[in-house]
Design a protein around this ligand. Structure first.
Ligand code: GLN
Length: 238
């Protein structure tokens, strides 16, 4: 029987900047190229999700204003999301949604948007935006991407980051970038991040596939184009 994974794209209109949607396409195509069915379902603010069918969740970045409505909606979904994380469902959250997966985000105008605390971390707007191209040393090799955020994220002591960077990252001072809790990943990397970081994309897919079909291995793909995109991005000045 053909293997099949369901990808939930949360807040596709509310949280979708700097090409974040490309991450969903990358996940979908990398499954299809291997003969695995990829079903993509979408849910915006107020829309119902059947969490029993979800294998992988993606949610992107957005403006502070857009984060208010999304924060409220996430608050309502919090029990289901925490349950999904405990069950090992794979999540990739970028920038604005990553911040809302911390305990909360105090914006530059002083508003506090409560987060759902999947990541043991706080986010507070800093005096200047962290903006530009960046590279991150990670267990999946060098990751490349673009960041643009005023919110600075501080992980609680001992909590796992996605990797380390010399500039920018979670807060511009501690050197860490992103966060990991169970199979839930957060990062400030836009770009979109997955098409030019295929090892990270495949790590997320492997986790989701192994959870649904234990013992299954992802086949190798020809990543010549992806590697070239990675190389070019890696050389871009900040
Ligand atoms: N609005 C948030 C910030 O500026 C998130 C930005 C983003 O998603 N790129 O920190």
């Amino acid at each position: 029987m053909k293997q099949s994974l369901t990808i939930l794209y949360l807040y596709p209109t509310e949280m979708n900047i700097y090409g974040d949607r490309g991450n969903v396409l990358a996940l979908q195509r990398r499954l299809e190229w291997r003969g695995i069915e990829a079903r993509v379902i979408e849910a915006g603010v107020g829309e119902t999700v059947d969490w029993t069918e979800v294998d992988l969740v993606f949610a992107g970045g957005g403006q502070d204003r857009g984060q208010i409505a999304v924060g409220l909606d996430l608050g309502k979904r919090s029990p289901q999301i925490h349950d999904a994380v405990r069950r090992g469902v794979v999540f990739l959250t970028i920038c604005g949604t990553y911040q809302l997966f911390t305990r909360g985000f105090r914006t530059a105008t002083g508003e506090h948007i409560p987060g759902i605390g999947v990541f043991d971390a706080e986010t507070v707007a800093g005096p200047k935006r962290l903006i530009g191209n960046t590279t991150v040393e990670s267990p999946w090799g060098e990751l490349v991407g673009f960041e643009n955020h005023s919110g600075l994220t501080y992980l609680d002591r001992g909590k796992d980051s996605l990797g380390y960077t010399k500039v920018g990252g979670n807060n511009g001072s501690t050197g860490d970038e992103g966060a990991i809790a169970h199979n839930c990943f957060g990062t400030y990397l836009h770009g979109p991040v997955l098409p030019k970081n295929p090892e990270l994309a495949d790590h997320l897919l492997s986790l989701a596939l192994e959870r649904k079909y234990p013992g299954s291995l992802l086949g190798k793909l020809d990543d010549a184009l992806e590697d070239l995109a990675h190389q070019i991005a890696s050389k871009r000045p900040r």
